[in-house]
Structure formats: C-alpha cells, structure tokens
Design a protein around this ligand. Structure first.
Ligand code: BTN
Length: 333
C-alpha cells in the first residue's frame, strides 16, 4: 500500500474492528492492548478520541470496554472483510479528514496504484462537484468515496463508466428508500425531484488510451437538513425516510453493485448498461430538458443515449438531434 500522510492509523482501525465485532461483550484494556500491540494507556487515549468522534464506548481501562452501538465509521478492516472477492477489498485508504478523496485517488493513480484502490473520508474540507462546484461533506453524515479504476477502454467510452457508477449508486440507495430513485443523466440521483447523490469522474488519458479514471461518489445519507440555499434541490436518505441509515451498509452495497455492473460492462460492452439506464432513468427518453453546456443553453426533449453513453436531445429550435457529451441537464416545463 502507498504510504499516504493523514490516513487513519491501522491500529485505530484494528481497535474499532475489535470493539465492533465484539459489541456484546466487555473486553479488558489489557486484552485489547495485547491484540493490537500498544500500551493500555494508548488504548485509553484512542477510546477517548473515538468518544470525541461520537462512538459510544462504555467502560474504562480497569473494567474493560464495550461498544454501546456499532459505530457508523467506514472502518477499512471491516469493509475489507465484507468486500472479499471484489477488487475493492485490498487497498482501502481511510481518512477522518481530507481535502478531497478524488484528489488523493488521482495521486494514487499517478503513483501506479492498482485498479480498485478505494479512498474514503469521514469528512472532506474541499469536496469537489462537477463544473467546478463544491460538494458539501459534513463529518460522518454522508459517504465520500473515490475509486481508482484502470479499465481497458478508450477515453471515448468514459461516459459509460460514469453510467456504470450511477447505476450502482442508484441500486444501493433504492434498497433504503420507499420510493424509487431516478437518475438524471449522466448520474445525479434524485428522489422526489431532489438530488441526494452525485458523481465526479476524472481521468488521465491519451487520445486513444485511458491510463486511469477516478470515480468520486458522494451520497447524502444521514444529514438532517440541507443548507438553506440548497434545500429546494438537495436532500438526504434520512430526510426522505425519517430514519437513520448505516453508511457502512450502503457503501458495501454500492461497491458490490459497482463490481457487478463493471464486470458486465467489460465482458459484454455497453448494451446491458444502456438497457438498464433506460429502465431506471426517466431522463432516457421523452423528457423535456434544459441543457447548459460551456458554450450554450438550449431546450429540447431527450431521445435516448448513443452507444458511448452520450445523451441525445431533440432541440426545440429545429436544429435536430444534439449529442450532449457533458453539460448540466435540468428538467424543463
Ligand atoms: C456532483 O454531483 O457535482 C458530483 C459530486 C461528487 C462528490 C464526490 S464526494 C467524493 C469525491 N470527492 C470529491 O471531492 N468529490 C467526489
């Protein structure tokens, strides 16, 4: 594994895993210290740190510790076990706080890290969205993850990779919601018209060869309210359902679905991905939309996707079918 400054200490990871997996019993400070190879004082200091992070650990050094409720922290050791058999189980870089997981994953790509490396953060201080926007990444409320991929495809097919990730996030979220989520091309996830997840794909490529791509996924999970200026457009799973959701479980499902869709895409090509998108997105065909690209704004009606994943829009101004490679899509009246 690459040595990255700021990643969560492996021993804190081990302590969290130990306490979570033995949540019904009290474990002595001495036993914990022995298992993870630190002093009892160090165990006590880390327990204090975890309490500050909101993990409810009961007990103290003399009597032993136990966890009141499994913490919803994206603990690498636990994740790794649950993701066994996928390429995401082997290299998991976890941060309590980082500027942007996408920035870290791009650096890992540059350093030659293999396909499947995963970067996770409980909090991002400079989370990035599409078109230079910010992605608000409050501590431990959402999922902020970036996946390094080295797909054997040409850069022209990169939009398909973005669709693959959007479908995976959609399926993971659908299991948490009472109503079906929609996908606004290319991969904004909406519930009752408000966005709760976005994906930022970045890549390093030559015209005919992709070196690596980073898929950055943000999901609003347990936010209880959105900032006032976003409240009309943005939401979270918790706001929609009134329930607390396990970020760990949603993330595991997201990565398992991603593994499935990605393998299908590499083995069978674009067909199944495009068909699935047509099934689950109301934006696929016949949707009135306003498209904003770096050069113009126009309205029209969606007319399916090209085999590369690009959106086709029949323009209102008589200009025929436009292929939208990238741009903002909004529902038009
Ligand atoms: C968008 O809808 O504008 C895309 C949002 C992507 C946010 C995620 S959070 C994890 C990863 N790290 C970032 O800085 N951005 C992406």
């Amino acid at each position: 594994m690459a040595n990255l400054p700021g990643t969560t200490d492996r021993r804190i990871d081990a302590l969290l895993t130990l306490l979570t997996e033995n949540s019904t019993i009290v474990i002595s400070g001495e036993k914990i210290a022995k298992e993870i190879g630190v002093t009892r004082q160090q165990v006590w200091r880390w327990v204090q740190k975890m309490r500050e992070l909101g993990v409810r650990v009961k007990g103290h050094a003399r009597t032993g510790y136990h966890i009141e409720r499994a913490p919803d922290i994206l603990v690498p050791q636990l994740l790794s076990r649950r993701l066994f058999g996928t390429p995401f189980a082997r290299r998991i870089y976890h941060f309590f706080k980082i500027d942007s997981t996408n920035t870290v994953a791009m650096q890992l790509g540059e350093q030659g890290e293999p396909h499947g490396a995963l970067v996770l953060a409980e909090e991002q201080t400079a989370g990035r969205g599409r078109a230079g926007r910010k992605w608000i990444s409050e501590k431990s409320a959402g999922i902020h993850c970036s996946i390094l991929m080295r797909p054997p495809i040409s850069p022209a097919h990169a939009p398909l990779l973005t669709l693959v990730a959007g479908l995976a996030a959609r399926d993971a979220a659908a299991e948490e919601l009472d109503v079906l989520p929609d996908i606004r091309w290319p991969n904004d996830l909406l519930v009752r018209g408000r966005k709760f997840s976005g994906i930022l794909t970045e890549m390093h490529a030559e015209p005919d060869r992709m070196h690596y791509a980073v898929i950055g996924i943000g999901i609003n999970v347990n936010q209880t309210k959105m900032p006032a200026e976003l409240a009309d457009f943005a939401t979270s799973l918790r706001i929609e359902t009134g329930k607390v959701h396990s970020r760990l479980e949603v993330l595991i499902r997201l990565l398992r679905h991603l593994d499935r869709y990605y393998n299908q895409f590499i083995a069978e090509g674009a067909g199944p991905i495009l068909r699935r998108f047509a099934e689950v997105s109301s934006y696929f065909q016949g949707k009135r939309v306003r498209i904003t690209t770096p050069i113009e704004v126009f309205t029209g009606t969606t007319a399916g996707l090209e085999s590369s994943g690009v959106l086709r829009v029949m323009r209102d101004d008589g200009g025929g079918i436009e292929s939208v490679l990238s741009g903002d899509v909004a529902e038009a009246s």
